[in-house]
Design a protein around this ligand. Structure first.
Ligand code: FPP
Length: 227
């Protein structure tokens, strides 16, 4: 969800106005995904590296997560959305951690769109915490090092029970993954668009779906093998 800061600057506003406008886009993207049969939507809200931003911006983002979650959770529940936060939430305030747990509990039985919000998340963090779990199991003789396979490691990642993403969308013109779902994006189709996140509309999202529909996913095979 990149481009909030630049959007605010274009409007002659402070960066936090961009993040607030970004929440409106989050709402509409959830709605459109729900309507189009998307099973899992993962939004990158705050990376492990975002703590390095100015203190005032970090504080504002934490407050925004709290108010947005507090305000939107009923609407999500009504729309049958199941919420899950991925990332190291232990770094957040007790109040925010509690709201996250409550929100996840309220929506736990919903079977519509699974909305994963990556907060204090990093792909490297995810792989590291998975390695730590495996090391613990080796130490307790539950697992032999030879038994560490890709699937064993994948089962220790944050979204172990969820298929790898089909489509990755980054708004705001930058062409990088920025430590998002590194392991899970191995064969994900990448889509970059110039639109700044607060301006990212239903049509922009549908254009990304359309582009994805034209891709041939080969997973290492040849084009001929796919016919
Ligand atoms: C990146 O744009 C955006 C963020 C770091 C924050 C995104 C968070 C939201 C939209 C709030 C979401 C809330 C919930 C509850 C999911 P940027 O600031 O890097 O933009 P720039 O590159 O133009 O400076």
């Amino acid at each position: 969800m990149d481009g909030n800061g630049r959007w605010a600057k274009q409007q002659g506003k402070a960066r936090h106005a961009g993040h607030r406008a970004g929440v409106e886009t989050v709402r509409s993207v959830i709605e459109v995904c729900g309507q189009h049969g998307v099973k899992v939507l993962t939004l990158f809200a705050f990376s492990s590296e975002n703590w390095q931003r100015p203190k005032t911006e970090v504080k504002m983002l934490m407050e925004l997560f709290f108010t947005a979650l507090n305000r939107e959770i009923k609407r999500m529940h009504k729309r049958n959305v199941r919420l899950r936060i991925i990332g190291d939430i232990s770094a957040f305030s007790d109040k925010l951690q509690q709201l996250i747990r409550e929100s996840e509990n309220i929506t736990a039985a919903n079977d519509g769109l699974l909305l994963q919000v990556a907060a204090n998340y990093g792909g490297r963090w995810d792989i590291t915490q998975a390695a730590r779990k495996l090391a613990g199991r080796v130490e307790s003789n539950e697992l032999h090092p030879d038994q560490i396979t890709e699937s064993e490691l994948a089962q220790c990642l944050s979204c172990a029970d969820v298929p790898d993403p089909d489509l990755f969308i980054r708004t705001g013109g930058e062409k990088r993954i920025s430590n998002f779902l590194l392991w899970q994006c191995a064969y994900t189709e990448l889509y970059f668009c110039e639109t700044l996140w607060p301006d990212f509309s239903k049509d922009d999202l549908l254009a990304a779906f359309q582009d994805y529909a034209g891709r041939q996913r080969r997973f290492g095979r040849t084009a001929e093998q796919m016919q």
